[in-house]
Design a protein around this ligand. Structure first.
Ligand code: ATP
Length: 293
């Protein structure tokens, strides 16, 4: 029996290792999507976030030179406020998030954080200052708790518990057979889109960056999941500069400013009520969404 056990045990080990490397590859591929030409300037200083103001000045950007995506884009995102970007599919919303994180360099203009051009500071300091809740969160084949702690390997137990509470994951975790030790993955727990986003929010809370990008999932969530995410978002956004890339309007009603992108430029901007009052594109999009619901 023992003779059989050892090879089987070894096979199990090999299987787990392969599974683990597959998730690492998945993660690596996501990172590779960015432009390899992005390099730090020689002796570039670290970004110093004093307040968290973000300013886009006449930004032009194209993935391929024959097709401009963003054109003379000006964005003002004041420290500590929540700004949402909405617009039709392909308008350039996610591109805005990618450029702020400097996955690509812009063609002309400037993107500044607290007056510092993001192309002139180290990428490491820029990416430390910005936390992203991505559309699709990568989960590892390990426990729920370890998946959350991934946001900050130095986090204390107390920090992790606090992040779990603030991301509204307590009830979900309490319902699992082995609580926060429950394993995630194909042979373990299947995690829904809404739960994944809340895990990403918990990671962001642990990363504790002054600037937050929330790239909302494109696929619709049921209203219960959506409400839990909106609540969790409110907790995480408090006191941070937050940019929400919104695919659904219901999640941005409370934003300090909503920017309507159209063909890579700002078509309208204002609060939800101001934009409804303008009876323009936003009001149309809002009416359409109400009809769909
Ligand atoms: P959605 O709401 O559908 O997610 P979006 O407003 O976020 O759309 P982006 O993803 O920013 O749109 O894309 C803007 C435009 O840039 C689209 O026309 C898209 O096809 C194009 N695009 C996006 N990524 C790339 C890329 N890596 N290479 C070339 N073109 C791209």
């Amino acid at each position: 029996m023992i003779q059989l056990f050892i090879p089987l045990n070894f096979l199990g080990f090999v299987y787990r290792e392969i599974r683990r490397s597959l998730t690492d590859i998945e993660n690596m591929l996501a990172l590779l999507k960015r432009d390899a030409k992005i390099v730090d300037l020689e002796n570039a200083p670290a970004l110093k976030v004093t307040k968290g103001d973000i300013d886009w000045k006449q930004v032009n950007f194209a993935y391929n030179s024959d097709r401009p995506i963003l054109q003379n884009l000006d964005l003002v995102i004041r420290a500590g406020t929540k700004v949402a970007i909405v617009g039709s599919s392909g308008a350039g919303k996610s591109t805005v998030a990618r450029l702020l994180y400097r996955f690509y360099d812009i063609n002309s203009g400037a993107i500044e954080i607290d007056g510092q051009n993001i192309q002139q500071v180290t990428q490491e300091s820029l990416r430390k200052a910005i936390a992203i809740v991505p559309q699709d969160t990568v989960l590892f084949n390990t426990s729920i708790r370890e998946n959350i702690a991934y946001g900050n390997p130095q986090a204390s137990d107390e920090d992790i518990n606090r992040a779990i509470r603030m991301a509204h994951l307590e009830n979900f975790i309490a319902s699992l057979p082995e609580g926060d030790k429950t394993l995630v993955g194909e042979r373990g727990l299947k995690v829904s889109g809404g739960e994944k986003q809340r895990i990403a929010i918990a990671r962001v809370l642990l990363k504790n960056s002054p600037i937050l990008i929330f790239d909302e999932a494109t696929s619709a969530l049921d209203s219960h999941s959506e409400a839990a995410i909106v609540d969790a978002m409110r907790e995480v956004a408090a006191g941070r500069t937050t940019l929400v890339i919104a695919h659904r309007l219901s999640t941005v009603v409370d934003a300090d400013k909503i920017i309507v992108l159209d063909n890579g430029t700002v078509a309208e901007q204002g609060t939800h009520l101001e934009l409804l009052g303008q009876q323009g594109r936003y009001a149309q999009m809002w009416a359409m969404q109400l009809q769909e619901e």
